[in-house]
Design a protein around this ligand. Structure first.
Ligand SMILES: [Zn+2]
Length: 98
């Protein structure tokens, strides 16, 4: 697996020097910037952060959240924050809710 990265400082292309698998969902690579005189040497982490569709063959110990679940959790959190804000406003300004 070869992934291209650009240097965060000068924007030049960086060469991958090594890539190792840290876990079933995480890879770590060392990159060296090709920019003239830059010399930046850095580590990149690549990880599976969410699934767009569940795997048909599940691997024991691998848990990648479904994007749909994250969306539902985000909406539930947003709704809870809005509900608390409405309740607080109703306490502060009871005449407005009548
Ligand atoms: Zn650079």
């Amino acid at each position: 697996m070869r992934l291209g990265f650009n240097c965060s400082h000068c924007g030049s292309r960086a060469n991958n020097l090594s890539l190792i698998r840290k876990s079933p969902t995480v890879w770590e690579g060392v990159y060296r910037c090709n920019g003239n005189g830059c010399g930046h040497l850095f580590v990149v982490e690549i990880s599976a952060i969410r699934a767009l569709r569940a795997a048909s063959v599940a691997r024991r110990g691998v848990s990648i959240p479904l994007a749909r679940d994250l969306l539902l959790a985000h909406r539930a959190r947003r709704d809870e924050i809005e509900r608390k804000a409405r309740a607080e406003r109703a306490k502060q300004y009871p005449w407005r809710s009548q």
